[in-house]
Design a protein around this ligand. Structure first.
Ligand SMILES: [Zn+2]
Length: 138
C-alpha cells in the first residue's frame, strides 16, 4: 500500500512550495490516508477529498487542479485494489477480517463479515441502524 502513497508524493513533489516541511507533510498525509483507507474504510468518508484538503496548502494555485486529479486517481485505484484484496477474508496487511459488531458479552464478534458493510450475517441489522444514525449528519 505504501507504493500508492509514495506514488502520490512522487507525482506531486516537484510542485510543493512549502519547503522541507511541506514535503514531509504531503508524504505523511498520503501515507496516513492510504493506511486508513486500508484499515478503516467504513468510517473514512470521501478519502480523496479529505486528503486533498489536507495537502493543498503546500501547492500553488496553478497546481491545485493537477493535485486533485492525482489524489483522486491514486485513491480510487487504491480503494479498488483494497476492495479486491479484502474479499478473501483478510485485510491488506494479512489480518483476518472480523465482523465490526460487539457481542452481548462485550467481546468483538469473530465471525467473517459477509459484505461491504463489514458485518457478519447475524449483525446485518446494525448496518441498517447505522445508516439511519449517520443520515442526519451527512
Ligand atoms: Zn457479527
Amino acid at each position: 500500500m505504501y507504493q500508492v502513497s509514495r506514488g502520490i508524493y512522487r507525482e506531486l513533489s516537484a510542485e510543493i512550495v512549502t519547503g522541507r516541511e511541506g514535503h514531509e507533510a504531503v508524504l505523511k498525509a498520503s501515507e496516513q490516508a492510504i493506511e486508513r483507507l486500508a484499515t478503516d474504510r467504513h468510517y473514512f468518508a470521501a478519502p480523496a477529498r479529505s486528503l486533498f484538503r489536507e495537502i493543498r496548502v503546500h501547492f500553488p494555485i496553478q497546481s491545485q487542479a493537477r493535485v486533485w486529479a492525482v489524489v483522486r486517481d491514486y485513491v480510487a485505484a487504491a480503494d479498488g485494489a483494497i476492495a479486491q484484496l479484502t474479499t478473501n477474508g483478510r485485510d491488506v496487511f494479512g489480518n483476518r477480517l472480523q465482523c465490526r459488531a460487539t457481542t452481548r458479552r462485550g467481546s468483538s464478534c469473530r465471525r467473517l463479515p459477509s459484505n461491504a458493510n463489514g458485518y457478519c450475517p447475524s449483525h446485518q441489522h446494525l448496518a441498517v441502524t447505522e445508516e439511519i444514525e449517520l443520515a442526519p449528519a451527512a
